[in-house]
Design a binder for this molecule. Structure first.
Ligand SMILES: *[C@@H]1O[C@H](CO)[C@@H](O)[C@H](O)[C@H]1NC(C)=O
Ligand SMILES: *[C@@H]1O[C@H](CO)[C@@H](O)[C@H](O)[C@H]1NC(C)=O
Ligand SMILES: *[C@@H]1O[C@H](CO)[C@@H](O)[C@H](O)[C@H]1NC(C)=O
Ligand SMILES: *[C@@H]1O[C@H](CO)[C@@H](O)[C@H](O)[C@H]1NC(C)=O
Length: 933
């Protein structure tokens, strides 16, 4: 696995004895036991017991574990009683107790064969298979045998948890009091590649002359999306959670090491880089380091010049991708590029040398194209090096045709492991490029948020790359070209999603095996929270999913040619999803040009899914433009919008703001011989580009909600004239477009992931260790789940940067525990949102938010950039702070709107512990209709 390779590389680089380190892996515990331990340990070592205690199964719906305590139903402040039993509606008799499990080769398999799963499933379907377990085992840390000639520093653990949701380490029970607050680390639940291990500080210093034991507690959550249907995959009714856990140890040596998995470089075509972005993965083993310079090795100096895009500071244990721009003067023939980076700590300057291997290809031609496509590179956002794959067309053309944007399924590594097979599954075109974005990672954000943004960015990036070199220019297209969307599975869902949000930017969609939305994929009937929460509050929370509810946006696709595909026996995404999407679409427009192709008897993926005559004919017709001209221009349609800043236009109509943000907005348009009639639902401001109307529509009456809007004749003659209208108390009047355009991307805290550049994480300046840990955990999760870069700074630094104008203009996350720091105070004092400072704490509408274990999260405007966000995550005490950190939105489906206040009852009642939540009104105002407090 990739993560193991990184670890091996790290250990070699820092000069640890690799064989000693290997013998500490769990798989070898047995061998160590049979050969009596005579080995003197040169360094700190660690072993993880193979014996596990397991408690479960408890019903849960996907993502509830972000609200519930990961150790639910246990309170970890109490000693663990292995004799206790707990209620569980899955078990015969209605209660469950602890059972035992043994790990084998680092894999812990948890299943409950005595539960009558088939009976539960007969009535509840897949929802009944979702369940939560708590797992517990013991880690032993051994000191070096001869500590005098060793580092006296306390080592860190390197923990890899794949397919588990959270883990924590507990101190020995006699060192744990009732104020103990576990520090939960997120597991790599999707088993994403390119994931560095979690660096974990020991919760209590280990003895330097005898072994010290710690308990490790893991939250294991069975999800259909992760483990599949056991009936199909295992031929069994019994769902099995398989968790992989490895533990290593690392001395805290101040040093920076390479992380090869994080390197980013393009392929070379005829010796020329296919993109000028280069990324170098670096990890700090300990200490703060700043990368201050980059240079190319002497033998390449004639060919390249490199420059560091920005100075990059790495926090202790953090992994970052250092952005470097490459300027090329001559073709490269070497098989790697060698760079030297200058890294500085407070008292040291050193150099890191890197050789990044590159692939060379000859210029593509009609019958010669690299089997696995060409890898291109670009900067995602302002400065995050990223890559994507493209399949060149066979022939250039004077009139560029739209490219195909192909979105992959969940778990597919488009850049490496599955690159060849994904390229081979897609149809190479005569005149169109096929673009295969990575979506940030194998799962990304399910092609929403940063993954959507990246998909669009790759289209622009390819246009730039082709335009930058004479030999490639004839193959280029416009950066804002329309595209044909194609996608499979999660990417099929993504194609429905992207098409439904940007209808004017697409020429057609070929979605295969897509699901409608996460709540429909595995239903929520087993929700624990639902037994406690007021349904009205639940509706507010659920509004944070509205932007992803693909069915609600099908009105936007009613005029787009669609070829929807699904295998008739799909075991992974049930076939009814596509049937239902098509049926819903046809309700909007019975004459919609939608073809449904059900490949009967086929599973989730099958040979020829996209490589068949139906797809070929459909795609060729659309890309050549014949289909588009054949389609009658529509005269009656509806634009649906949830978040105006994340939505494009339909037939030239755009919604700029909603009357009640958080609710759906709809704009119905009817173009009749007698004029244009617009009906609005929950729309505050919209615009129409007059040139987008059918040609025969000119100088006609214009009615909005029955009110006549006067337009002078001259305006009708300017195709690029935008008529913008805004509504005040039911009265529509023209509005300067620039005034209505800048709506902050609010609606849900998840939007903080859609950052224009690296996310700045601000931690308190005083006693920063716990908060630094929280900052590092969030930075780690951003890297693992989204390959989003983060810069960790203190409140004081943030305040200084704000004063001298160097505060980054991208999104910011402020982690605050107890008293608020200088930076927080300075921006909260402006009272841009209803959250106020009160004494040392926060207040919302007169209520103090300093209850025990209370967590508050809210979006706030960025102090210097109207299009960026600040996310505050605040807890008055340690427990509340940790609760806030767990709610940081790293995965889709966690229901948090713009702000939320959660109390300690959430540990066992999930969202039943939410005190209040809501969506901001326009301009960050209180939105009574979408608030509960
Ligand atoms: C050395 O470490 C291993 C585990 O990695 C342990 O089993 C062994 O007892 C240790 N040896 C000593 C002398 O502590
Ligand atoms: C758990 O049960 C066993 C067997 O019944 C008993 O020996 C043991 O004392 C119990 N432990 C606790 C903590 O109650
Ligand atoms: C539907 O769209 C396809 C692709 O553009 C086109 O070939 C076909 O003619 C269209 N069908 C209708 C009825 O417009
Ligand atoms: C938004 O609110 C701020 C004060 O919070 C005010 O200064 C600004 O003018 C408002 N902007 C608009 C467009 O109403």
């Amino acid at each position: 696995m990739v993560a193991d390779a990184i670890r091996a590389a790290l250990l070699t680089l820092i000069g640890l004895n690799l064989s000693a380190a290997t013998s500490t892996s769990t798989g070898d515990t047995q061998a160590v036991m049979t050969i009596p331990a005579v080995t003197e340990n040169q360094t700190w070592t660690v072993s993880l017991s193979q014996d596990w205690d397991v408690l479960g199964p408890f019903p849960i719906h996907a993502r509830e574990q972000h609200f519930l305590s990961p150790s639910f139903p246990l309170k970890l402040t109490d000693p663990i009683d292995l004799n206790a039993t707990w209620p569980s509606s899955y078990a015969d008799g209605g209660s469950v107790g602890w059972t035992k499990a043994q790990s084998l080769d680092d894999v812990i398999e948890v299943s409950y064969p005595s539960v009558r799963w088939a009976a539960l499933r007969a009535t509840e379907g897949w929802a009944a298979l979702q369940h939560h377990s708590v797992l517990r085992s013991v880690i032993t840390v051994y000191p070096p045998s001869n500590p005098s000639n060793q580092e006296t520093s306390i080592p860190r653990l390197l923990v890899d948890l794949d397919q588990g949701s959270f883990f924590t380490l507990l101190p020995p029970s006699d060192n744990k009091d009732d104020k103990f607050v576990p520090e939960w680390h997120a597991g790599n639940i999707y088993a994403l590649g390119r994931a560095p291990p979690n660096a974990v500080s020991l919760p209590y210093p280990p003895s330097t002359d005898s072994p010290t034991t710690y308990e490790i507690v893991v939250s294991g959550d069975y999800e259909i999306r992760l483990f599949g249907d056991p009936r199909f995959d295992l031929g069994s009714e019994v769902p099995k959670t398989s968790i992989i856990l490895t533990v290593d140890i690392q001395d805290t040596v101040p040093a920076v090491v390479r992380v090869d998995s994080h390197a980013v470089v393009s392929d070379f075509v005829d010796g020329w880089a296919f993109g000028n972005a280069v990324g170098v993965g670096l990890r700090s083993l300990d200490g703060w380091w700043t990368v201050t310079g980059a240079s190319v090795s002497a033998n390449l100096a004639e060919i390249f010049e490199v420059s560091l895009l920005q100075k990059t500071r790495i926090a202790p244990t953090q992994t970052r991708i250092i952005p470097i721009t490459l300027t090329q003067r001559a073709p490269l023939r070497h098989d790697s590029i060698e760079l030297t980076l200058t890294v500085e700590s407070q008292d040291t300057v050193s150099e890191v040398r890197i050789a990044i291997p590159v692939e060379h290809y000859a210029q593509w031609s009609a019958d010669d194209v690299p089997a696995a496509g060409i890898k291109a590179s670009f900067f995602y956002g302002t400065s995050m090096p990223a890559s994507f794959i493209v399949i060149p067309p066979r022939e250039p053309t004077n009139a560029p045709q739209p490219p195909i944007l192909a979105l992959h399924g969940a778990g597919l590594d488009a850049l490496k492991e599955h690159r060849l097979s994904w390229v081979e599954a897609l149809p190479r075109q005569r005149h169109s490029w096929v673009i295969l974005p990575a979506g940030r990672t194998e799962w990304g954000l399910d092609w929403h948020g940063p993954s959507t943004r990246e998909a669009w960015n790759t289209v622009e990036a390819l246009s730039d790359i082709l335009g930058a070199r004479e030999e490639w220019r004839s193959w280029s297209f416009a950066p804002d070209t329309r595209v044909l969307l194609m996608g499979h599975s999660n990417g099929g869902q993504g194609a429905w999603y992207v098409g439904g949000r940007y209808p004017d930017r697409i020429v057609g969609v070929v979605p295969a095996a897509g699901y409608i939305k996460s709540q429909a994929y595995v239903p929520w009937v087993q929700s624990r929270s639902a037994h406690y929460i007021d349904p009205a509050l639940r509706a507010l929370l659920d509004s944070s999913l509205t932007p992803d509810d693909n069915d609600l946006f099908l009105s936007n696709l009613a005029d787009t040619p669609i070829l929807a595909i699904h295998g008739g026996d799909d075991e992974n995404v049930p076939v009814w999803h596509t049937r239902e999407l098509v049926a819903t679409l046809k309700t909007w427009n019975p004459h919609a040009n939608v073809t449904y192709r059900e490949d009967s008897g086929e599973h989730h993926w099958y040979e020829g899914l996209f490589l068949n005559d139906a797809v070929k004919t459909f795609v060729a017709s659309i890309l050549s433009g014949e289909g588009a001209t054949a389609a009658p221009s529509s005269r009656s349609y509806t634009l649906t919008v949830a978040v105006p800043s994340d939505s494009g236009s339909l037939h030239g109509w755009s919604v700029h703001s909603l009357s009640i943000p958080g609710r759906l907005g709809r704009l119905g348009v009817d173009i009749e011989p007698g004029g244009i009639s617009v009906r609005t639902t929950n729309i505050k401001a919209f615009s129409i580009r007059l040139g987008s109307l059918p040609e025969d529509v000119k100088n006609v009456p214009f009615l909005v909600d029955g009110q006549s809007v006067e337009l002078d004749e001259a305006s009708w003659d300017q195709p690029d004239f935008f008529l913008a209208l805004a509504q005040e108390q039911g009265v529509w009047s023209p509005y300067p477009l620039f005034d209505v355009q800048s709506v902050p991307p609010t609606g849900r805290i998840l939007n903080v992931l859609s950052s224009a550049g690296p996310i700045t994480i601000v931690i308190p300046s005083q006693s920063p260790s716990a908060q630094l840990s929280a900052g590092l955990r969030i930075a780690h999760n951003l890297d693992v789940y989204h390959k989003l870069d983060a810069d960790i700074i203190t409140e004081d630094e943030a305040a200084t940067r704000m004063r001298d104008g160097s505060l980054a203009s991208a999104n910011i996350v402020v982690l605050a525990r107890g008293e608020l720091g200088a930076f927080s105070r300075s921006i909260l004092e402006e009272a841009r949102t209803p959250f106020k400072i009160s004494g040392t704490s926060l207040k919302l509408r007169g209520r103090l938010l300093n209850g025990p274990s209370m967590a508050t999260l809210f979006l706030h405007p960025h102090p210097t950039n109207a299009n960026s966000l600040v996310l505050f995550a605040y807890g008055a005490d340690m427990s509340g702070f940790e609760r806030a950190v767990r709610l940081f939105p790293i995965r889709t489906g966690v229901t948090v709107p713009d702000w939320i206040v959660v109390g300690r009852q959430a540990d066992e009642r999930g969202t039943g512990g939410v005190h209040g939540a809501g969506v901001w009104g326009n301009n960050w105002s209180w939105n009574e209709a979408m608030s509960a407090f």
